[in-house]
Design a protein around this ligand. Sequence first.
Ligand code: HT7
Ligand code: ZN
Length: 877
Amino acid sequence: PVVVRRLDYRPPDWLVDEVELCFWLDPRATRVQGRLRLRRADAGGTAPLRLHGGDQPLVRLCCDGAELASHAWQRDSDGLTLFGLPAACTLEIETELDPQANRALEGLYLSAGIFCTQCEAEGFRRILFFPDRPDVLARYTTTLIADERLPVLLANGNLVASGPLADGRHFARWHDPFPKPSYLFALVAGELVCRERPYRTLSGRSVQLQIYVEPRNAALCDHALASLERAMRWDEQRFGLEYDLERYMVVAVDDFNMGAMENKGLNVFNSKYVLACPATATDDDYLDIEGVIAHEYFHNWTGNRITCRDWFQLSLKEGLTVFRDQEFSADMHSAAIKRIEEVRLLQTQQFAEDAGPTAHPVRPDSYVEINNFYTMTVYHKGAELVRLLQTLLGWEDFVRGMRLYVERHDGQAVTTDDFVAAVLDANPQAGIDRELFSRWYSQAGTPLLRLSWQQDAAAGQWRLHCRQSCPPTPGQEHKQPVLIPLRLALLDASGRPCGLRLAGETEAGAPERVLRLTAAEQEFTFVDLPGEVTPSLLRGFSAPVRLEAPLTREQQAFLMAHDSDAFNRWQAAQALLLQALLAGLKAPEGGAGELADSLLLEAFHHSLTDQTADPALLALALTLPTEGYIADQLPGAVDPARVHQVREKLRGQLATRLNDALLICYRQQQDAGPYVFSGPALARRRLKNLCLTYLARSPAEEARDLLWQQARHSDNMTDTAAAMALLAETPDVAVDELLQTFYQRWRHQPLVIDKWLAWQARSQRPDCLARLCRLLEDPAFSLTNPNRVRALIGTFCQANPYHFHAADGSGYRFLEQQLCAIDGFNPQVAARLVLPLLRWPRFEPGRRVLMLAVLQRLAARQPLSRDLYEMVQRALA
Ligand code: HT7
Ligand code: ZN
């Protein structure tokens, strides 16, 4: 397979100004006609025209009305090359597609009878031969023709004409006035109902907001519609960015490879991120819907109006848009909770990616298959880099930078360097070294920040020593220092932040500062301190680094109780739990005695009985780290069975020791009234359900009764799912009956069935894998639907390390079989499922050998998709 390299980028030789498309829609034979108005980028150039293409038949090829002679063009496996064209011309291309046979869900395909498209990153070429690269921007006019079985016909832009045709069919013509790359093209056709409401922008323009769904889902759109409205208002207020077309359409489909797609004016969504009502969706589903609706909306400016020059710049739009959706969610709910959740995701998943064989820079240097680069690093580390700029500048100056970026680059396809340059050019006063900052984009790996200090309490001095380094990653042996903003405070004995003054400064200091770390080693001396202090470091997780700091357990407990930075209170609680777990893992037999010492028990008890704390924050603080995260913190080879055993042991000990406090806390958080989706109600449910995760391990009868009571009688999916997931952990005939009753009730609601599948896939019960094999045959399961696959197979391989890493290799072989089946028709999904296997070097020799054997067998398979090939090769390199 061909390796594409960033430094090989060349601007396009040919530009496309206008595209007219016409689709005669038919499930087995859709005819597509494209008329492209082309011109050479450089009038004196001689390069032939390159059009990308899939394996669709080429029916007709004309230039300026005349059929092209056979010697004037050449077809190969990736497209067409056309020779000797006039410097400006009109090309007509006709082809035919079979949407019903398309199970890769890329290009034009059918989902439950609905025609829809997915063109990012390189799907448009499967529809029409075209210069399918993001730096070719054209204006599109799209005509759709279909019979009465497809009453709704949608495409990008504004509707310009529609009506019946003489042959009994009907048509709709759409025009998008904004030049766009082909990856943002979309069409949808089907029997859909529309939920809509008008919106007035701050400058007074009218926009119709529309959500299209299958008729049976008509009542499930309110939350998505309200979220869209909030997102639009927020972007106007925070960044001064308004919507620009007459309508904003969102369509929900059941078969979708990712979460959603920001096609101009016509977003296509995985129905998981649209449909919700209290009986079927959890609080987290509600939050996810709000976040994804906002994310795709924000792309209208950061992605669509300003797009990527090439796919190496993917984080230009994705990192920036994730940052924007994070800020939006923080403003809608609790900023502290949002930040903790982001960091938890980063620390558990992106750090693991950065430490493994698929580590790559936020701006990668090469790829085989671009679909493999929609990663945690590009999205979430990319968002952290944007956040670094905001941290360094302050949010008002960051907004000034964003405004310059939009003003400078609206209508262009640009690079991450252009983004950084605009933000920094708008803020020369900040004195940020562009070169130093930009290393964050070019270097892979998570920097390690080692802090140590000396305190001279009598002299009121505290000296901080900072050392930064970054481990080698594939293809990058040596790293250079990066610009790290270190936000910190020094707390006095009562937990109050002291004024911070560095030696040599004259002004009285602020209670919190952001130090700029720019070199491998640096020292800072704080003076005028009132005596002993406890440092609160990297507040709010001010940079995406691993922090090593010699805080004692007593200091962690102090920070957990007193730090005024909510994020660091959470971090301290997690550090205490992790230390207990790591100590247990170090001790022979997982520590024969107690893992939870009095310090930990008191800290927990204090939290559970604290009536003043935010319940959502407590729930996060008291959540045990995942087995995957614990494994990642171990210095040597991992034995997943032992990690599981020690974590379960600590869970059981906390449950037993704190049984009474947990029961009281559970009851205090119980809501008497019906379900509402509000911050306080959500926070209460979180803490109540956190208590339940421990109570499920309590020997007390009362705890067990609560669990069953909640599973059987709750009026909302948040509480039902929390209890069902816990019950499904253990083998029990009564649980099997409950699962069966649940299935009968919800079997026609695929999104609810996904939850049911996931509980069983995550279960610790000994017959877990055997049950999964049976579920593969269940009528509610389908290997061609990515949501079902993720719920069953994805959950098992990613969230059930205990069974996935079974010492006999049965979990690995299960994944191998599923990969072999799925790769044949949906390589994108297969290439994501394989990820847990790629981490083989981290495991103890027995598992390592078994995992490697699977990877080697996969590598030898014929045929193997480019997607899966690239992943497997990176793991074996
Ligand atoms: N920009 C969208 C990415 C996406 C995608 C990428 C590859 C294959 C299928 C896909 N579906 C959507 C989604 C987003 O980040 O907003
Ligand atoms: Zn995105």
